[in-house]
Ligand binder design. Structure first.
Ligand code: DQA
Length: 149
């Protein structure tokens, strides 16, 4: 059976490319997802991605880990990072290893971005490395699932 990784993108990340490009870069979400898919398929891993602006939909997708048997999550909860106990609880409920990714360095930005409801339950956090952060998280996840980490 192939391992399955779910990449979750939170609110406003559908606007990547045109949203504050000096902070979030010029890559579109579509391009990011495509490049992650390519890497995963070379490693014989099934990768699924999902973006929503709705907290409820992100929670439902997270809960779908029970039926879909994802083995690992890469999540950029975007603004819900700083607000959503409900999404944190969903991530705790599924009890799967995950990495929290942020394109920007949340610690060099406004004070309200310094608090994350996910960091203390994540395997690790990557913040400020742009799109490379997703790729580093994916490389780690692939190694983790093949027992190299
Ligand atoms: C973000 C950082 C969050 O503070 C912000 O609300 C986002 C994106 C990032 O990827 O840098 O929407 O998660």
């Amino acid at each position: 059976m192939k391992h399955k990784i779910l990449v979750l993108h939170g609110p406003n990340l559908n606007l990547l490319g045109k949203r504050e490009p000096e902070i979030y870069g010029r890559d579109t979400l579509e391009n990011i997802n495509k490049s992650l898919l390519e890497v995963a398929s070379k490693s014989n891993i099934v990768l699924e991605y999902y973006q929503s602006n709705s907290e409820s939909d992100l929670i439902t997708k997270t809960q779908s880990c029970f039926e879909n048997n994802y083995d690992f999550l890469i999540i950029n909860p975007a603004a819900f990072t700083h607000t959503s106990i409900a999404l944190r609880d969903a991530v705790l409920a599924i009890n799967k290893p995950f990495i929290e990714v942020h394109l920007s360095n949340i610690f060099t930005r406004e004070q309200f971005r310094h608090k994350s409801y996910f960091s203390d339950i994540a395997i690790g956090v990557i913040s400020g490395l742009g799109v490379k952060g997703y790729h580093m998280a994916l490389t780690y996840a692939i190694d983790y699932l093949s027992g190299k980490e």
